[in-house]
Design a protein around this ligand. Sequence first.
Ligand SMILES: Nc1ncnc2c1ncn2[C@@H]1O[C@H](COP(=O)(O)OP(=O)(O)OP(=O)(O)O)[C@@H](O)[C@H]1O
Ligand SMILES: [Mg+2]
Length: 491
Amino acid sequence: MAGVAVVVLVVLAATFAFVYRSTGSQLRAQIDRSVRNSALQLKDAIQQRRVPTATAALTRAARYAGTQPFRDSNMLLFVLIPGSGTASNHPELFGYGRPDSRENGVSQRLENGYGLRLTQPQVGYSTKAAADSGAVRLFEVRFRIAGTTAYAGAGEPLETVEHAQEVVRHSFELAGAVGLALALLAAYLLGTRITGPIRRSAEVAARIDAGDLSPRIHLPSGSGNELQVMAEALNHMLDRLAGAFAAQREFVADASHELRTPLTVLRGQLDVLDGGDRDDGSLSPEELERVQRLMQGEIARLSRLVDDLLLLAQSDRDDFLRPVELRLDALVTELWDGLSLTAERNFELGHLEPVVVWADPDRLAQALRNLARNAVAQTQAPDGLVRVDVSRRGADVVRVTVSDDGPGIDPDLRERVFERFYRTDRARARADGGAGLGLAIVRAITEAHHGSVRVTDAPAGGAAFVLDLPLSSGRRPEPGMAATATATRSV
Ligand SMILES: Nc1ncnc2c1ncn2[C@@H]1O[C@H](COP(=O)(O)OP(=O)(O)OP(=O)(O)O)[C@@H](O)[C@H]1O
Ligand SMILES: [Mg+2]
């Protein structure tokens, strides 16, 4: 508001100075023109006809001037003939004519002084003080008449200029006061309108800073498009933040819970070791072996859980993948051959299209291994089906399908199974069930490759997991990168 006040005052002052000065100079130029014209007209009128004497010239001048009385025209006309006298349409100014009975001696003398100065001829323009009228602008011209030198002059009081300038000043004072008040009012209203929503947003930000993620910015309608957009963006961000924090809390709680179970088992087994089952407090070799086996199993479970958690935590990072150019059909064949040694199932290689992809072989193998392990867990030995297919979908996409002849997945749960720590009730009931991270890892790896994964019904009756991967995974190989990745893999 102070800024607006300063701007308004500066603009008004500059405009005032300009108008004030130009009004004065224009009026003065106009007065100069009209006094000059009047003086010349007066001279012409007297010179029109010959006159015998200076006195006759003065009489003629007085008659001419009498036709334009000063009272009506505000134009002083006079003729001076040194040695003979003065004729004027305002004789009082020249110190003669009727004296004002009300004036005292001092002012009378002062007026006489002014009159004396007026009767001194001065050719051209001059400004002189005159009684009653203040300063008078004069123009005098010399001419000859009846054998003598005469001066014709005209004058106009300058008080009209002062008066006009006074009017200008008053107008500006009034306009300035009103303009300033209106500008300040407008600045205040505009300021509160703009800062209101910002203040409200700042209050919300302060509450969020204090740890409360629930408040949202609600702006009154008409707060301006940009502010509405900003508020919506902030609210959206807060929703996402709140969601992310909640998911993180849930994740930490689930992870802690999953870690606690094997730790409890381990502690229990340590107690068994402490107690012993024989009279002398030691363990029988069979019991020792059982405890050892149990503890190793739990430690393996713990390590896998920690590895899985670590992998999920890294999946957002740029260096999560070390992609190389690889033959996907070869990778799948190698993997299925290896898996067939670990479980007694019918590991079937279906249609394998030879295709080269730009992908991380270790991560991809891990995703396919997770799918195969799930299929093994859901099918019966010895000939439960665990099948893999590789086929091209259009020019840019390759599809890997891992299917089985197990119970399949309920359509309602087909999205949920990809959530972290999600297990179906049947899996929860099983003692050897995992933590529920396998499919979350599959999804994380697929998405890191810019692909997608979903589950449908398999032709054999079980579940079919469908991975669609872009052939180049959205990234072009960089010369140095491929070499490093290949080297890492060979290690
Ligand atoms: N091929 C399948 N057929 C039927 N159900 C499946 C299949 N694969 C996964 N599921 C169901 O989806 C759930 C989630 O699978 P996920 O691999 O994420 O976890 P998990 O196998 O239980 O544990 P983890 O893989 O961490 O050891 C499983 O609990 C299982 O019930
Ligand atoms: Mg699994």
